[in-house]
Write a protein that binds this ligand. Structure first.
Ligand SMILES: NC(=O)C1=CN([C@@H]2O[C@H](COP(=O)(O)OP(=O)(O)OC[C@H]3O[C@@H](n4cnc5c(N)ncnc54)[C@H](O)[C@@H]3O)[C@@H](O)[C@H]2O)C=CC1
Ligand SMILES: CC(=O)[C@](C)(O)C(=O)O
Ligand SMILES: [Mg+2]
Ligand SMILES: [Mg+2]
Length: 352
């Protein structure tokens, strides 16, 4: 395990150099990895493992769209694709990749198949950390760990195909066999992680829920909308407002941040822009920090997890989510974005 210095703090990180794929294949050679669920993470993790030569099977409900998708992706019914219970029976490592809310309903079935020595694998600390809400309490004689890719399952697969790995967190909740560490790292490498950062279940879920509600998804849409609305209210056209709020950020400036940090992006902008950004960033930090503090509390009290469970367990949750996504898509901001995107050379032929 490498110790790396992150801004003055040393942390444990496992790299592909010290734990190469050949070692992962060796650790997993007598295991059957059963991926239960084939939504977003399921396909990415199952396909990467398959391409990495791991003995992986998929468990999915027959007569569902995702069953057909698994077949289209190369999984074969009766050989590598099974009904959920059969996959649970065959698997020695159970990758529990149903949505966090759906994991609750299937848990009694999963538990039945967790015989001594098997391993229960998650990609989130949710089910275990909020076990008072989920009822997920594994038996003591199985390994329990997580590998949480820090990105969409879609990116996990894309980056694997490009020969790059996506960074993941890993954590061990229970080491019943004495082999939990080797097993979890081998899986982390097999599913396509680049680097594996050590954490625990609670820290993983608290930070993940904060991040997705915060800067990664919720906050970013909130500040886009706020700036766009102010520009529009002051007579700017939709295209101008969109370009100055989103397009320039994603196409020009964020790639520079990704490449070499915020000061590098600033350094590549005008001195006028630098002066303004340096004057204003702390105001935005101070204005939003109380909101982030509320958010973290809301995660830590279990309010956020309960809300996800309640809304995502309803029979019509998918329709309701789709309606909310449609509202976003139909907003002037993102409709303006659609036209702006259509002007990119790569989209000229496809988007009208
Ligand atoms: N979406 C992502 O890229 C990421 C997800 N995660 C975690 O990975 C896990 C899986 O998440 P996703 O792939 O987003 O899940 P998802 O929302 O795509 O659902 C996965 C599967 O669950 C199935 N399912 C839903 N209800 C079911 C039920 N009652 N019985 C049987 N199957 C049912 C769906 O058909 C689907 O195949 C979660 O713990 C999530 O927090 C972690 C990192 C990123
Ligand atoms: C993609 C990811 O890691 C998220 C945003 O946390 C999630 O999909 O839950
Ligand atoms: Mg998440
Ligand atoms: Mg995440």
């Amino acid at each position: 395990m490498a110790k790396l210095n992150f801004g003055g703090t040393e942390e444990n990180v496992v790299t592909r150099e010290e734990f190469p794929l050949s070692k992962a294949q060796d650790v997993l050679k007598n295991e059957t990895v059963a991926v239960i669920g084939y939504g977003v993470q399921g396909p990415g993790q199952a396909l990467n493992q398959k391409d990495n030569g791991i003995n992986v099977i998929v468990g999915q409900r027959k007569n569902s769209k995702t069953w057909d998708k698994a077949i289209a992706d190369g999984f074969v019914p009766g050989e590598t694709l099974f009904e959920i219970e059969e996959a649970l029976e065959r698997g020695t490592i159970i990758c529990y990749l149903l949505s966090d809310a759906a994991q609750i309903a299937l848990w009694p079935t999963v538990k039945k198949h967790l015989t001594p020595g098997k391993a229960l694998y998650f990609s989130h600390g949710f089910g275990i950390t909020f076990n008072e809400q989920t009822g997920i309490v594994p038996p003591a004689d199985v390994d329990v760990f997580l590998v949480a890719p820090k990105g969409s399952g879609t990116s996990l697969r894309r980056m694997f195909l490009q020969g790059r790995g996506l960074n993941s967190s890993y954590a061990i909740f229970q080491d019943a066999t004495g082999n939990a560490f080797e097993r979890v790292i081998a899986l982390g490498i097999a599913v396509g992680s680049g680097y594996l950062f050590e954490t625990n279940f609670k820290k993983e879920v608290y930070s993940d829920l904060t991040g997705e509600r915060g800067t990664l998804m919720g906050c970013i849409q909130g500040i886009f909308a706020a700036q766009y609305e102010v520009l529009r209210a002051n007579g700017h056209t939709p295209s101008e407002a969109f370009n100055e709020t989103v397009e320039e950020l994603t196409q020009s400036l964020m790639p520079l941040v990704a490449e070499n940090g915020m000061d590098w992006m600033y350094a590549n902008c005008s001195t006028t822009a630098q002066r303004g950004a340096l004057d204003w960033w702390k105001k935005f930090r101070d204005a939003t920090k109380p909101v982030f503090e509320d958010l973290y509390k809301s995660v830590a009290t279990g309010f956020e997890s309960q809300r996800s469970i309640d809304s995502n367990s309803q029979p019509d949750y998918r329709e309701k989510l789709d309606a909310e996504l449609k509202e976003l898509r139909d907003s002037e901001l993102w409709q303006a974005g659609k036209t702006v995107r259509s002007l990119r050379p790569e989209n000229q032929a496809v988007e009208a």
